[in-house]
Design a protein around this ligand. Structure first.
Ligand code: DX5
Ligand code: ZN
Length: 218
């Protein structure tokens, strides 16, 4: 398994001070998680291309862009130009992501696939060889601040077993309801990357919050 990585989700940041919020995690995080919602795939809206481009000027972290959109392949070129590093899309939105993965790679983007809590890992297993990142949602996508769903741990274990037994290189990310306690459960089940919105941005000292997560998983 890879050394664990922490990816704060700016969905939980104060949007009036986004540059400062990102600056508060720059020195401590491994990636920045940017949630993009279209009000269609999920019943909420969030940020888009302009926010990615603006934040790119305030951070050198890789931007892990989580596309909760019905047609995530439509904006890959714009995402790359704005400064995205890796894009992840839902298998529920793109049942055959072969073309999307190739398109992302041709633009120099990393590529990943996401499953919702109700979707079994086998729905994405045929495509894991195309992925840098395999994401297991531990809350219903659309909102931060929800409680971690423990039943997803078995999908996380399935992903870990599959990637190890096939000798594939994808990292496994867990997204939703991450605290030191749930991060530790997810680490034991095989996660490499931990998205944390409310836990990181809910604490005044972001470095201390991230350190608490790291202590729980190493
Ligand atoms: C949910 C998003 C998550 C969310 C995580 O739709 O995909 O990335 O920001 O937030 P917390 O850590 O608050 O559950
Ligand atoms: Zn997310």
């Amino acid at each position: 398994m890879e050394p664990p990585k922490i990816a704060p989700s700016i969905l939980a940041a104060d949007f009036a001070y986004l540059a400062a919020e990102v600056a508060s995690v720059n020195e401590h995080a491994d990636m920045l998680h940017v949630d993009i919602m279209d009000g269609h795939f999920v019943p909420n809206l969030s940020v888009g291309l302009e926010a990615i481009a603006a934040l790119r000027r305030h951070s050198q972290l890789p931007f892990d862009c989580h596309l909760m959109t019905t047609n995530p392949t439509a904006y890959l070129e714009e995402m790359a130009a704005a400064g995205a590093s890796i894009v992840t899309m839902h298998i529920e939105a793109v049942p055959d992501p072969t073309g999307a993965a190739a398109a992302a790679r041709s633009l120099g983007l990393g590529f990943g696939l996401v499953i919702n809590p109700g979707t079994p890992f086998v729905a994405m297993s045929p495509f894991v060889e195309l992925c840098d990142l395999v994401v297991v949602m531990s809350v219903e996508p659309g909102h931060g601040g929800q409680a971690f769903r423990e039943p997803v741990l078995k999908e996380l274990e399935a992903a870990r077993n599959f990637i190890d037994s096939e000798g594939l290189g994808a990292d496994i990310e867990i997204d939703g309801g991450i605290t030191p306690e749930t991060a530790s459960l997810a680490r034991a089940a095989g996660a490499d990357v931990f998205v944390a919105g409310s836990f990181v941005f809910g604490e005044k000292d972001r470095g201390a919050a991230i350190a608490k997560l790291r202590n729980a998983i190493t």
